[in-house]
Design a protein around this ligand. Structure first.
Ligand SMILES: Cc1cc2nc3c(=O)[nH]c(=O)nc-3n(C[C@H](O)[C@H](O)[C@H](O)COP(=O)(O)OP(=O)(O)OC[C@H]3O[C@@H](n4cnc5c(N)ncnc54)[C@H](O)[C@@H]3O)c2cc1C
Length: 467
């Protein structure tokens, strides 16, 4: 590993050449370097040669040029929540977009034009005052850019589609430093590719997103002891399969927190939960979700009326930054009894209280988009399975945690119909292909050859340029 300290020429040279750079350059040895190089996943411990905090397109163009001139690998960082740690690198340049947080909301047209440094929570805060929200994921802390470019499955998916389905236009700085726009009218093939193809084609610097009128909705969660998992999951399967698109309902395995709302005999014990929201009036939501609250008389019931912004925070505690984390994911088809029994069996050996297994719904508006209309190909999947091994310290041996996640994933393989890129770890080219299928991958590879023939943007779920 080469550090700037060991190659003292680079820092002064980059600083001088970067003029008139408006952002901030952070080198090894600078105060704040260790904080600046951290990403969400605590097992990722990389030492970039420089972190370039950019403020606009011109900063990004300057930094891309310097990275290429100096032969530095380029990592692009939005919200830094990549499971694989793709938004940082050893001995290269991190183009950090976190200072770029401008938002403009047009309540009449119901669109927001947003920069890539924003998290979904920050965006919701700005749109909610107009009674509008953008379609993001399930938590507030993830970045807008990575989630949107990879697809983006969230609370509103069954009514409003994926985050990328709500992208109207995107502006990108491409590998050669050009600024291009992509929309249904302008560069439509690029627009097809950025909706699911991740950061392969350039650095997205401005997103025009469709907004939806969402006021107070009925949402929450019930929790049962894990001994009841088999019957709770069967209820979940039947309820979710019959639910209208306005209902988004997920199931999860975890550990009951030591919180006041949990009865003392359940605190710290394995638990199974069902969380749901209903998009519509509070009264209709109460009716639509009544069965979830009645089934099995759950000892924890956190359902109630809440603004969308509050729902977006419900799982933030499970998403704490800097925790060592390993994910294995699969998109699933319909769940038969054997699938549910396998899940119950596998989750009985969950390695730590912070680990979890989630079954999140797709369908509805997600499945109404034709598979070749965007690069998010797996439109027919019914659920997204996320197996999350979480442990205490990056110094611990990760082996047993990874092995548990792998075994659970392998056991569920018979029901897998694919995977989507936002939930891939660092799993190699075959898994990226699996995320797209051969046809979509081939089309993406041709697009990659056009916009990034030298694969400058390769620290991602990488599409290799077609030969
Ligand atoms: C706690 C947690 C909760 C999650 N919940 C959900 C969820 O509910 N739904 C869902 O679909 N996914 C979810 N994810 C997965 C998430 O969508 C991906 O990890 C996503 O890539 C993160 O985006 P980011 O901008 O925060 O990450 P980053 O790590 O900054 O970036 C991720 C990838 O996108 C690239 N990238 C980032 N910004 C840009 C840009 N402006 N231009 C080009 N490329 C860029 C990066 O280079 C990297 O390859 C979750 C992840 C975590 C860790």
């Amino acid at each position: 590993m080469t550090e700037i300290d060991e190659a003292p020429g680079l820092a002064p040279e980059l600083r001088a050449a970067a003029s008139p750079f408006q952002g901030e350059l952070i080198f090894p040895g600078d105060p704040g370097y260790d904080a600046a190089r951290k990403v969400w996943n605590g097992v990722v411990n990389k030492r970039p040669a420089v972190i370039a905090r950019c403020t606009d397109n011109s900063d990004i163009v300057t930094m891309l040029r310097l990275a290429r001139q100096n032969g530095l690998p380029v990592a692009v960082r939005g919200g830094a929540h990549s499971f694989a740690g793709h938004s940082t690198c050893d001995d290269g340049m991190v183009i950090d977009l976190s200072p770029m947080k401008r938002i403009s909301v047009d309540p009449q047209r119901r669109v927001a034009v947003v920069e890539p440094g924003l998290t979904w929570g920050e965006l919701t805060q700005a749109t909610q005052e107009h009674g509008l929200v953008a379609v993001g994921g399930h938590v507030s802390v993830v970045g807008v850019p990575g989630l949107t470019l990879g697809g983006g499955v969230g609370w509103l998916a069954r009514m409003q589609g994926l985050a990328c389905d709500n992208l109207i236009e995107v502006e990108l700085v491409t590998a050669d430093g050009s600024v291009v726009r992509a929309s249904a009218e302008e560069n439509p093939e690029l627009f097809w590719g950025v909706r699911g193809g991740g950061g392969n084609f350039g650095i997205a610097t401005r997103f025009t997103l469709r907004l939806h009128a969402v006021g107070t909705l009925f949402a929450g969660m019930v929790m049962h002891p894990a001994e009841r998992a088999q019957e709770v999951l069967r209820f979940y399967r039947d309820f979710s399969a019959a639910a209208p698109d306005a209902v988004n309902v997920l199931a999860g395995f975890g550990t009951a927190p030591p919180a006041d709302f949990v009865p003392p005999d359940l605190r710290g014990r394995p638990a199974v939960f069902i969380a749901a929201c209903h998009l519509g009036s509070v009264e209709d939501g109460e009716k639509a979700l009544a069965a979830v609250r009645e089934f099995g008389s759950p000892p924890v019931d956190l359902f109630g009326p809440m603004p969308y912004g509050q729902l977006q925070h419900m799982f933030d505690e499970m998403s704490a930054a800097s925790t060592p984390f390993h994910v294995k994911a699969a998109l699933l088809g319909p769940l038969d009894d054997a699938a549910l029994d396998t899940l119950v069996e596998q989750t009985a050996t969950m390695p730590t209280p912070a680990s979890s297994v989630l079954v999140l719904p797709l369908g509805g508006a997600v499945s109404e988009v034709p598979p070749d209309a965007t690069a998010f190909w797996h439109r027919g999947a019914r659920y997204n399975l996320e197996i999350c091994a979480v442990w205490d310290s990056p110094d611990d041996d990760a082996g047993p945690y990874r092995e548990w996640a792998q075994a659970c994933w392998q056991a569920m393989r018979p029901w897998s119909v694919g995977v989507e890129v936002n939930h891939l770890g660092d799993e190699g080219p075959e898994r990226v292909r699996e995320a797209y299928g051969d046809r979509t991958y081939g089309r993406l590879a041709a697009l990659k050859r056009r916009y990034d023939p030298e694969n400058v943007f390769r620290l991602n779920q990488n599409i290799r340029p077609a030969g």
